[in-house]
Design a binder for this molecule. Structure first.
Ligand code: ATP
Ligand code: MG
Ligand code: MG
Length: 589
């Protein structure tokens, strides 16, 4: 079986594996990352591809991260390689253990494992702080780095900008000995935060601003969730990240396009550290791909944090949030997210994917799995006025049943019953019907699904003229599934729940969180683009088979769409269901 290089990253990996003589092997092991045999060469075998997903634990993962996760873990799976989960925790002020735990949980929820060949490939950048410090001392002694005591403002001005060369710092030509002394003072807490930084000594006139002596270390007295107060200096991301990749023997370091201009520094740094004998070759290479953006969604941690902190949503896991915790709570399946991400391919452009693509994969996944049930979302009572006449007594209950899933007989049957009063949808009655309306209006017949044909005779109203109940009569001998059921032809079929046995539930009807396809990209504040109708809570009635629904179980409420028992608020005493998505695409579906 041959793997098609259907994107440029696959083509690069196949080229590299070919050069290493491993392509046949990779094909043989594709899809079996847990197979111990192909890791026999040891965890540092450079002929296996190694990728990594390197989140900073400063927030919750969102749908954009799912792209990077599926890409990195997917390439490792497809080519018999290994993907590391690495916490890029070099920024202690913003990082927390809470985020580390949540990230691990969601990578696993998406279906990926960082265990391969019997060992865990879970890493944290902070474990390399000692090495990073030693590497910095090496760069200083090799004349490749210096301590700069300019103010941040001076540094900014002297960096120059696009088209204007920068100006050398007056501290740039200090001797390695002097720099080493100062750097050790930085480490030993002899200088206040922000007083000086360690910078690489490259070229202040480079057309690439990232090569104008980028900062490598800064002083920051902050307690780190892993290393505590051991350090008061922390490496900059641009310095730390290449080293992390190299120490883990990553082969293909895949990142988003905004890092393209950082690649020359990535290569500069690793090349010098390898020359100095601190790192082994072959060195990792960085490759960039376009970010995934989903329409009607923001995927920026900063904006997501603002939504949470200002109370526009109920939390990171609000079912309207594009965070993975939010999407899980909303009812999205890992399969639908993986399929959407795969279908969008890998390109060199930042792409906007339409939300309907994700919903399409979601429906395709749920259609074949979710058990069916009847639910009356916005109820009104229907009184069957000839009940006792037809069945002998108002106490009679007429048993009905339906398959739990029309294509999955193994899921069995659901049973429920009709009685003299049932709940129906308000929209299933019109006192004065519009053209083409086939449901209940005085004089019209329709079928109670899985039950009888009924004929509407009118309604009851309150003093204000509001309809309070719909009235109808059973048409005898028309029960679904019995001989002669079809003798009376009707065009409308109505879903219902028996008033004597309905399960009261809170149903949360969610819609898109934003009203515009690309929120935050116009001059308007993205907060002004929030959809005020994105959550509507209604009191509904569910068929009795849902009485014991377990948390996180998904159903198709017939004709309404897909719903999930809320993982936080649902209980047997107080059922709460979230609308995942409608049965077809569109606003409010
Ligand atoms: P944000 O911009 O939301 O803060 P980030 O890139 O700063 O995200 P990280 O935790 O550093 O957050 O991201 C981990 C990995 O996920 C990185 O390799 C990053 O490039 C990738 N990633 C983040 N957002 C997207 C996206 N929208 N599409 C593809 N990959 C993404
Ligand atoms: Mg980042
Ligand atoms: Mg970012």
């Amino acid at each position: 079986e041959s793997l098609k290089p259907n994107n440029f990253l696959r083509a690069i990996i196949e080229r590299d594996l070919e050069a290493w003589g491993q392509l046949q092997d990779a094909r043989r092991f594709a899809g079996s990352p847990g197979d111990a045999a192909h890791h026999a060469a040891g965890p540092l075998d450079p002929a296996r591809i190694r990728t990594r997903f390197p989140p900073e634990p400063n927030g919750y993962l969102h749908i954009g991260h799912a792209k990077s996760i599926c890409l990195n873990f997917g390439l490792a799976r497809d080519y018999g390689g290994i993907c590391h989960l690495r916490f890029d925790d070099t920024n202690p002020e913003k990082e927390e253990q809470e985020y580390v735990d949540a990230i691990k949980e969601m990578v696993a929820w998406l279906g990926w494992s960082w265990d391969a060949g019997g060992s865990s490939h879970l890493f944290q950048a902070s474990d390399y702080f000692d090495f990073m410090y030693r590497a910095a001392e090496y760069l200083i002694s090799a004349g490749l780095a210096y301590v700069d005591e300019q103010t941040p403002e001076q540094m900014r001005v002297n960096r120059g900008d696009f088209g204007t060369p920068g100006t050398n710092s007056p501290f740039r030509d200090r001797s390695p000995e002097e720099n080493l002394l100062r750097f050790r003072e930085m480490r030993d807490g002899k200088h206040p935060d922000g007083a000086m930084v360690l910078r690489a000594k490259i070229d202040m006139a480079s057309p690439n601003i990232n090569l104008r002596d980028p900062a490598l270390y800064r002083i920051r007295r902050a307690t780190h969730h892993n290393t505590g107060d051991t350090w008061c200096i922390y490496p900059m991301y641009t310095y730390a990240h290449p080293i992390e990749d190299a120490l883990e023997r990553i082969t293909h370091s895949i990142c988003t396009l905004e890092f393209e201009d950082q690649r020359p520094f990535y290569d500069w740094l690793l090349g010098h550290l390898a020359d100095g004998g601190l790192l082994a070759r072959p060195l990792p290479h960085q490759y960039e791909f376009g970010r995934l953006n989903l329409s009607y969604v923001v995927t920026s941690k900063r904006k997501l944090r603002q939504l949470v902190e200002e109370g526009h949503v109920s939390g990171w896991d609000d079912p309207r949030m594009p965070t993975l915790v939010g999407m899980r709570r909303r009812g999205y399946t890992p399969e639908s997210i993986r399929n959407m991400v795969d279908s969008t391919g890998v390109t060199k452009q930042n792409a906007w994917i339409d939300y309907s693509v994700l919903d399409g994969y979601l429906r395709a996944d749920l259609e074949g799995k979710a058990a069916r049930a009847m639910a009356v979302i916005e109820p009104i009572k229907l009184k069957l006025t000839n009940w006792a006449e037809v069945f002998g007594s108002d106490a009679h209950r007429e048993p009905c049943s339906a398959p739990a899933h029309p294509q999955l007989p193994e899921l069995g049957q659901r049973s429920f019953s009709l009685g003299p009063e049932v709940w129906i949808e308000q929209e299933d009655f019109m006192e004065v019907p519009v053209k083409g309306y086939h449901r209940l209006y005085p004089g019209n017949k329709a079928r109670l699904k899985y039950g009888y044909v009924i004929e509407c005779s009118g309604c009851e109203k309150d003093a204000a003229g509001q309809v309070t109940a719909v009235l109808a009569k059973i048409v005898p001998d028309t029960k679904s599934g019995t001989p002669g059921a079809d003798a009376v032809k009707v065009k409308g079929v109505i879903t219902w729940v028996g008033a004597h046995e309905g399960v009261a539930a809170e149903v949360r009807l969610y819609d898109r969180l934003f009203t515009v396809p690309q929120p935050g990209t116009s001059d308007a504040d993205f907060l002004s683009e929030i959809n005020p109708q994105s959550c509507r809570v209604v009191q509904s009635w569910l068929e009795p088979s849902l009485a014991g629904a377990s948390t996180d179980s998904r159903y198709q409420f017939e004709r309404h769409g897909y719903f999930i028992a809320d993982r936080k608020d649902h209980s047997a005493d107080k059922p709460v269901f979230n609308k995942i998505t409608g049965l077809k695409d569109g606003w409010g579906s």
